[in-house]
Design a protein around this ligand. Structure first.
Ligand SMILES: Nc1ncnc2c1ncn2[C@@H]1O[C@H](COP(=O)(O)OP(=O)(O)OP(=O)(O)O)[C@@H](O)[C@H]1O
Length: 309
């Protein structure tokens, strides 16, 4: 049974339709990621689910619990990562955790949480002295102080350097190991690909596609991007492009000076065919590469937009 079901959520702010009609469900123990560009509606979606923002319409269910009937129980079962601005700067790491612990009848010991977020050595440091990554880890610690079943992390790694980002990934994976469900939003494709059991790509308030990262990539892996560059310049590339367009496996092509990019469902056959053409013409190919698809390609394929971090 899903731990969370979201059905036809909608939210507008004046004329801005922030969330148009979002539905999904999350299974216990999953890392479920909502990814999308700025303004896609990720935070609005999360805040409605977290009970911070009333939806205009739609249902949110945590198993059999709903916000209307079971607010207290839901609050005990979910953990929401606060904005780092909500941390108390003049308190230490441990004091912040202990303060948040007093909000709940059954809190986890601060020492246990500090161990999970690798901040035991910093326990007596004031928040204002922590690095950006350490503050984010503390914010995640605060989200788990009530030992919730489901943890919501809204862009926990935005603005962090790659090492600090990896440290957060380790925590998210540890949460999974101990059976927690995590719902995460991110800008970073790599993060979604590495961490998620399932990814939901959101754009302009709607779900564009939802599946496991592998399945999403798989849908496109039949297509490979092939790049050819020519020693004989733009004419050779342009003529080869014309030849490539005659090839049934070629889905699309892109020409840039002396280099030709094409997407084909049968890279070997396409190349064999094109080499026949270039050999006949006496064109010399300087470089060839065949690229694997990534989640970023999935995004571009489904939204028709370039990905912007
Ligand atoms: N309180 C608000 N009042 C007015 N408009 C809002 C409000 N909150 C969000 N919006 C608008 O709703 C849309 C979705 O915003 P939202 O913050 O949910 O997107 P997001 O995907 O989380 O973006 P980001 O990655 O930048 O955080 C945007 O156009 C945003 O400007």
């Amino acid at each position: 049974m899903p731990v969370l079901e979201v059905n036809r959520l909608r939210k507008s702010f004046g004329d801005v339709r922030a969330v148009e009609e979002i539905s999904f469900s999350v299974e216990p123990g999953e890392i479920f990621t909502i990814i999308g560009p700025n303004g896609a509606g990720k935070t609005t979606t999360l805040e409605m689910i977290e009970g911070l923002l009333p939806p205009d319409s739609g249902d949110i269910r945590f198993g059999s619990l709903t916000w209307v009937k079971d607010e207290d129980r839901i609050k005990r079962e979910i953990g929401v990562q606060p904005q780092s601005s909500a941390l108390f700067d003049l308190l230490t790491v441990q004091e912040n955790l202990e303060l948040f612990a007093t909000f709940y009848p059954h809190a986890r010991p601060a020492a246990e949480v500090m161990d999970m977020i690798s901040l035991t050595d910093q326990r007596n440091k004031h928040v204002k002295k922590l690095s950006g990554g350490q503050k984010q880890r503390l914010a995640i610690g605060l989200a788990m102080i009530n030992d919730p079943k489901i943890i919501f992390l809204d862009e926990p790694t935005t603005g962090l350097d790659p090492q600090a980002r990896r440290n957060i990934w380790d925590i998210v994976l540890k949460l999974k190991q101990i059976g927690k469900t995590t719902i995460l939003t991110t800008h970073y494709m790599e993060e979604a690909e590495k961490l998620s059991d399932r990814v939901c790509i959101v754009d302009q308030g709607k779900i564009v596609t939802l599946d496991t990262p592998a399945a999403l990539i798989d849908r496109l892996t039949k297509e490979r991007e092939v790049r050819l560059s020519f020693l004989d310049g733009a004419t050779a590339a342009a003529e080869t492009e014309q030849a490539a367009r005659q090839n049934a496996a070629v889905v699309r092509t892109e020409l840039e000076g002396a280099s030709l990019k094409l997407w084909t469902t049968k890279p070997e056959e396409t190349l064999y065919d094109l080499f026949g053409f270039t050999k006949d013409k006496g064109y010399r190919v300087e470089q060839i590469s065949i690229r694997e698809m990534s989640l970023e390609d999935v995004f571009i394929a489904f939204t028709g937009k370039e990905w912007r971090d």
